[in-house]
Design a protein around this ligand. Sequence first.
Ligand code: ATP
Ligand code: MG
Length: 452
Amino acid sequence: MKKMSIRTRITLWYTAMLMIFLYLGVAGSYNATRHILIKQHEDGMRKGAHILSERFIALNNHDRLGRFDKDEKLAPKDFNFIFFNNQNEITHGQYEEWMVDLPQEIDQIRMVEHDGQNWACFDSAVYQNGQKIGVTRSLIDITSTFQLLQEMQQRGIIAIIPSLLLSALGGFFITRWALKPIKNIAKIAKEIGDGNLNKRIELVTAKDELGELLNEFNHMADNVQNVIEREQQFSSDASHEIRTPLAVIITNAEYAIQSHDLETCTQTLELIVNKSQQMQQMLSQLLTLARGHEQAQAMELEQLDISNIITDIVEERSMRAQEKQITIKADAEHNVIANIDLMLFTRMITNLLDNAVQYGRVGGHVNLSVYRDLTHHQAVILVVDDGIGIDSDQLPFIFNRFYRVDKSRSQAGSGLGLSFVDFIIKLHKGNISVDSHVGKGTCFKITLPLSS
Ligand code: ATP
Ligand code: MG
């Protein structure tokens, strides 16, 4: 069976509730009115019975027997009464014959129906000097009251039907209007699911639950799109960047196989190891960049002294620099404590040092200094070289992915290093700037917030 829509369910639910409330309202007011009217009659009858009893006693004293003349106006026209003596004989009265035969029920007000008319009947015992001398029976015609009540009931029921129809119809349209944004979300979600990642829901300004849901939905769609696009970017970058070193490896390996020469084979293996290491580093950097958001969450921040780390890195990289007769010097102030992820921070500084050596001149110098800028409560790291420098036109682009100033001068590089450096510094809420002069050298300045 097809499931009912939320809209139909809501409409049915509140229409049923409304019907119950309206019915209870009509029934309640009917019962209250009925009770009031009947109570009025009852009070009237009890008073009337009392007056009749006094009259009965007076008549009894004068020993007047017989039926009242209609003109005597002992009682109003719609008020009938009968005096019964102790022998159950009628002594006086203004009544119709059928009223005589009703069974006696002392002090009980009863509703009696006769000939399509409704009557209230009340029997009351009459006492004189503590002796019961008879019973008065009074009857009043309450047909009009019953008709009034009946009419009220009918009108109430008739009034319920159009108000139910009207509110059901109104509610049906209101729920359609209220649920429209949800239908819209389902439609857009389907389009996004079908691959149209750019689709978004038109935002409403309302700051209600629905507005919040729409905002969150769009935010989620943005994130999903980002993740997918970054993964796609990674795949295309990786496959593109791996192609060249792989081609070099294949060509050299084929040449080595054919040469049957041990020395050529050894050189080729060295080249393969070298190229593989480059590819490994490039892939690892690319992956870090592609997983930006997750990387930020996976960071293991520790309060560390930057000076110690820098001194260790300088020691470790000095050997490589010596191949180019470049001297690396560290000038580090102690106790420069910052919140850093040791692994990422080390890779970042190593990248800058490797650049300084790679683009440094033979016999040149690389200086690394670390100090605290207490005015701005930050740690400052300077990486200065006296190498080939970068043209001022190129400076704005060097942090872009795969950007290389002069492809011929960085044969080995993939142009990822600085974008990786920039990314890691941003993860640490720091900043990087560069100052460079062609032929004179380059200075990278990094600032990171101090942790204490
Ligand atoms: P990778 O670092 O990915 O192996 P790469 O060194 O070419 O390759 P980046 O580190 O991003 O890439 O540097 C981008 C470009 O900036 C380099 O190609 C180089 O031309 C220039 N560059 C970077 N550092 C220096 C420097 N210290 N001196 C001169 N030029 C530099
Ligand atoms: Mg580099």
